[in-house]
Design a protein around this ligand. Sequence first.
Ligand code: C2O
Length: 545
Amino acid sequence: GITRHYKFNIRLQNVTRLCHTKSMVTVNGKFPGPRIVAREGDRVLIKVVNHVSNNITIHWHGIRQLQSGWADGPAYVTQCPIQSGQTYVYNYTIIGQRGTLWWHAHVSWLRASVYGPIVIFPKHNVPYPFPKPDKEVPIMFGEWWNADPEAVISQALQTGGGPNVSDAYTINGFPGPLYNCSAHETYKLKVKPGKTYLLRIINSALNDDLFFSIANHTLTIVEADASYVKPFQTDILFITPGQTTNVLLKTKPLSHNATTFFMTARPYFTGQGTFDNSTVAGVLQYENDSSNITNLPLPTLPPINGTSFVANFTSKFRSLANSQYPANVPQTVDKHFFFTVGLGTHPCPKNQTCQGPNNSSKFAASINNISLVLPTTAFLQAYFFGKSNGVYTTDFPVTPLMPFNYTGTPPNNTIVTNGTKLVVLPYNTTVELVMQDTSILGAESHPLHLHGFNFFIVGQGFGNFDAKNDPAKFNLVDPVERNTVGVPSGGWVAIRFLADNPGVWFMHCHFDVHLSWGLRMAWVVLDGKLPSQKLPPPPADLPKC
Ligand code: C2O
């Protein structure tokens, strides 16, 4: 591989959407941000210079960061933030991965405006395992607030309530013509007839799972989270925040009277409370067509609470699992974990009146009833320099503190405790983790993202996980390999991974509101014996807290 250099200047930029102009934190003034392009095996150096007053870090979502945990990016987990005026060079090599990933800010809600695609081509002379596309196009979904998202989340955390929902969804930064004052801000994909396009679809929305479709066109899914899958066709795609999906789009033949078609995305939501249920539209426009885009038919999408579509769609994903791209599913398990994921509340202190939900002091979210509190240093530094004392303990529970029947009425006492407990895994531990949605404050899908690893989704289902009978049905042959999985609304998912990457690795719900409320934990993976199994020391420019 070669070395590729990028420079990310973090600076403010005025951006106008929905007739609201605001000053946003951006990379190089771009919204969405610039594309990182590399080949499997390349080293990537990204020099990030912070010219704004906010602290910032950048996470390379889905990059495995083998032996390069210092470049992973989540604030207070692998590094202290890059403060105003400071610089940090992210330095990593892309090993054994090709496909679509993405990068985003990993502090507070700055990723609302600080995000962009990562495109990894296969090694030279290695073809795709599907027909070569004529053109490749990133499609990034996002969310737009007329207000400053930093103010939205900080106000919510202060009052204990839910944050204001976004004002629009976006495709490549544009809300499209279904919103007021937005007709000119429409993403347009110009295409030629009879060609194959590879759409690199990324859900960078903060808080919403999305359905997506292009009117009168079928999509062939070929890759998920930078892992090839057995191709399958669909008219509608489902994607959680954090996930990426590559699809082939065949345009209509020359003879066809092809004109212009809407592509739309809107959320899937089964929880309680308010959410943004609006629709973003872009257009697929055949060359030489100049149709008026105001009366085009909209693609059909499942209902907002379309859980049966989601379950059916996600069950179709299978690893390619051939000799060139084998699925290395751990066949035996060293350590089993059962984590509940969901919402809850912090109790109202005695003799006080509280404004949070159900008279609590505030919303919370947790894993096994624990809301991880981030330190004022970074876990990885504390671990590496042997200074974990007072920063974290290693007694994260392997099962919930308060188990109950997750399909029945949740107990009144849904209290969440704050903690700084981590899990320690010896090098090369094979892990099986079952995650169960608690349905407290509403059954909801939770897109769980694991840093530093891909995992195999060996099973999923609705209701309570049945430890006696469900494991017999696990797919250990060709399960899909991902870095983000939607824990089914009112159900469970089982994943397996091999802990072959030393460092401290964040795992959290990729809904930023749940992440902010504490639906997060971290794994400490110890060094192995060989030099190639150890985490090297940090780079000299690693930011200090
Ligand atoms: Cu894409 Cu920890 O996040």
